[in-house]
Design a protein around this ligand. Sequence first.
Ligand SMILES: [Cu+2]
Length: 503
Amino acid sequence: MSESGPANPARRTLLSGFVAVAASQLAACGGGGGSSGTGTTVQTPPATGATATDLPVVPLVQGTVDGSGTRVFSLQVGAGTTTFRAGIATRTLGYNGALLGPALHLRKGERVRIDVQNSLTESTTVHWHGLDVPAEADGGPHQVIAPGGQWSANFTVANPASTCWYHPHTHGATGRQVVSGLAGLLVIDDPAIGSTGLPNNWGVDDVALVLQDKRFDSSGQIDYTLTANDLQVGYTGDVLLVNGAVAPIFKAPQQWVRLRLLNGCNSRTLSLRLAGNLPLSQVANEAGLLAQPVVRNSVTLVPGERAEVLVNLGTASLGQDIALYASYAATGMGMGSGGSQGEVAAMTIRVDKLAQVGAMTAVPASLPAASAITAPAGATARTIRLDGGMMGSPFTLNGRSFDIARIDMRVPAATTEVWTFTNTTMMAHPMHVHGVRMSILTRNGVAPRVEEQGLRDTFSVDSMETVRVAVRTADTPSASPLMFHCHILEHEDAGMMGQFTTA
Ligand SMILES: [Cu+2]
């Protein structure tokens, strides 16, 4: 990162006038769960009578390095209001602000302390999604921060260069707290590998996009009243936000740009593409760089998953608008195979300035990817069966709902095992494991596609699918439980989660 992005004090007023546009934005997409999707393609109409919203740039913060060389960050979890609709103050939650949070810039090998102050009137936790940290610093359901309380996470950054994120993991309240606005990014660089040549001018040619859907009630407040359908397939909103803004415009230079994409939705799987199917050169999955870029027309992300893509705007003309479309893949949406397939313009890229000096001129042929995890012969095997969900009953893992007092698996530290996720249900579930490094070995017996290789932390297990994963546990034993769970937050909150220790 060559510079820190600007803070965004204007965010609270950025969104005025756009909800009317957005109200019907996702209307044709349905709420999931049905098999009667029309397949209609919906495009957001141009806003009239309103000034287009610039994309809010997520602030990239560096923290401060103390006398011992530890990089220290402070996060205050608080409540505020955000203006999504003109004249209406919507109650939201945020880190160091009213909505969302800053991107914390971490460097591999560096000691870090993150001090969290909970200024809410309810308990919360802060989980570092994707970070390979000691179980005590993980921020899962056991590291509760009471109202008015403080908590500090101490760790040495062990992850390779990647884009991770942080969010609450408050058992039974994760879905509501996330949709209320609690989510932020972790941007990890590895000084040891030097320059990758990838765009790194934050907010200019290296841009983070937090994609989340929300539903609003008639008074303009975030509606987290869960219907029977929400409980079954997960909460879905009818407004898609990018960095907290509806259909914003990203004013981009006429050159290659890097987009760091986070699907921060509670349950929606997003399939993303650019107008004209402008190629996306994917350079990273959610856990780090790929060994070589993969050129794709679209990138599909399950909830919690990230990807980094390069887009060549050097061939676009100045003033050209290029829409970023999001559609809702059937996986994770419906109980059957006929999920809705609507598509909305999530954002517009407007090429409005000449290329920056030193802009990347070609995609690197190869990248310094971290090594995948491989399993030795005779590795201990475990099976995690995704089940339940019949006749309105909760989804479960190995037939059991989460019990915070029960340890489901005791796994040795510093060991590589093979975990087999078998989905016996009628819908896809995005699975996430805390505090390990892992790689996919096979999907239904077949080696994973290139973009699914390397390290992973969040991946789909489709209906009736079996995914075998090599799992490397932490080097240091700990009795503090780590989670493995579905990242459809309503499934997680309802108990589609288990815990293991490395004691
Ligand atoms: Cu699930």
